[in-house]
Ligand binder design. Structure first.
Ligand SMILES: C[S@@+](CC[C@H](N)C(=O)[O-])C[C@H]1O[C@@H](n2cnc3c(N)ncnc32)[C@H](O)[C@@H]1O
Length: 406
């Protein structure tokens, strides 16, 4: 890339946080050349000057380079967790308040509408929650406001109640008014300033943006999200973004495939916010023995936990190294337990060790060929690695499994 292209790359990094090589050089150069021609500018050097002086043209280039890939109920476990959180934690102590949820970036609206659908099927009434969808792309927001979608917005059809939430005409799905009313859309560059007294959100979905940002911008965005989120509130990120959340302010919630963090309240920063989940039948350890002396101490002394339960609890607290150690101990004693590999895979993913995560999910699937959770994890990993074909094969497998189970 010559200097002028590099100049544009730097401008994009400065203004929208786009990291180098995050969307591929060829794609970037192609977008620049299309816009340069559309402006009737002779060379890239002049086009760079145009970008520096014209906010309108800068926005046009942004529209060309952003990746708006999204669909309804993407990582559906996130929405199960949202409903569970609202029902068990938020509502009991805020019954007179309005739950405020932000979806940024919201792209063409599938994510904030999925949030509204989830909450309309929860104990909340429509007056008890408000969803805001924000994105830098005006093109995406126009589609979001219209609320008309095609088949591509639904990757797993069984996840969406078409009759309840859409008017369907052949392959055209129009969001119904009751859902549209719940979501307000606005344009926002997440790197731009927010008013200092902006009211906090109880839940923020910030999924599939952090991976495109450079390190400095990512830190800046995470600080902003921290400031915008109320204490005890939830932050949802994308499957491959869990490794990017650093620091003590957010505690990883080890709910399979939800990719969620809870903002730690200042006063109780070393207590687990959510009690450990009762183990699923296949996660129950057959061991009756006390945990080995070489393991880290369990977080709650009064409860005798199996190594796998301890691993889950450490993961809930964001203590990932300890969680891995417990998982490995468990697997040494229970080498054919698929649930142990699934958990180790999730923890490895949270640590950013995607290779190990993949190995564990594959092992879980080998041990239990119809393990839906493991299949979903592998789909997400393949998609994040750009392996669409591999992901599609696994999605078909999930679909067949769902059909079998009725
Ligand atoms: C892959 S989509 C994510 C949509 C949705 N959150 C999801 O996970 O399905 C990424 C979106 O980020 C938006 N985006 C990119 N840079 C942004 C920025 N600096 N501020 C706000 N939105 C941005 C793009 O316009 C695009 O719609």
């Amino acid at each position: 890339m010559n200097q002028d292209y590099q100049g544009i790359e730097q401008l994009l990094a400065k203004k929208i946080g786009l990291g180098r090589d995050k969307i591929g050089q060829r794609q970037l150069i192609k977008a620049i050349n299309i816009r340069q021609k559309a402006c009737g500018v002779n060379n890239v050097s002049d086009y760079l000057k145009r970008l520096e002086s014209s906010a309108h043209e800068f926005q046009q280039l942004v529209e060309k380079i952003v990746i708006g890939e999204t669909w309804f109920f993407r990582h559906r476990e996130a929405f199960f967790l949202l409903r569970h959180y609202v029902q068990t934690e938020w509502l009991p102590s805020h019954s007179q308040e309005t739950l405020r949820i932000l979806s940024v970036p919201c792209s063409t609206g599938e994510e904030p509408y999925s949030i509204a659908m989830t909450l309309l099927n929860s104990p909340l009434t429509s007056g008890q929650f408000a969803v805001e969808g924000m994105d830098i792309s005006q093109t995406a927001l126009t589609i979001a406001k219209k609320g008309i979608y095609g088949k591509n917005s639904f990757r797993f059809h069984d996840q969406v109640d078409h009759e309840q939430f859409f008017q369907v005409e052949q392959n055209r799905y129009q969001i119904c008014e009751s859902i549209r009313h719940q979501v307000k859309f606005s344009a926002k560059n997440l790197l731009s300033a927010w008013p200092p007294n902006h009211p906090p959100y109880d839940v923020i979905f910030c999924r599939h943006l952090l991976i495109y940002l450079d390190e400095v911008s990512r830190d800046r965005v995470l600080k902003t999200l921290d400031r915008l989120l109320s204490e005890g509130g939830l932050l949802f990120v994308g499957a491959v973004e869990t490794s990017l959340i650093k620091g003590d302010n957010f505690r990883f919630l080890s709910r399979p495939s939800a990719f969620a963090y809870q903002k730690v309240p200042v006063a109780s920063s070393d207590l687990p916010l959510t009690p450990p989940q009762p183990p699923k039948p296949d996660q129950r350890s057959p061991l009756k023995k006390r945990p080995s002396a070489t393991l880290p101490k369990p977080p709650k002394k009064e409860i005798q936990l199996s190594p796998l339960e301890m691993a889950q609890q450490f993961a809930n607290q964001g203590k990932l190294k300890e969680a891995v150690q417990c998982c490995q101990t468990y697997l040494q004693r229970n080498p054919i337990d698929a649930a142990g590999y699934l958990l180790l895979g999730e923890i490895s993913q949270a640590q950013g060790n995607l290779e190990e995560a993949q190995r564990c999910f594959q092992k879980a699937l080998y041990l239990r060929p119809n393990y839906r959770e493991a299949l979903v994890h592998l789909v997400l990993l393949r998609e994040s690695q750009g392996d669409r074909q591999g992901a599609a094969i696994l999605k078909n497998r999930i679909q067949r499994l769902d059909n079998l189970q009725g």
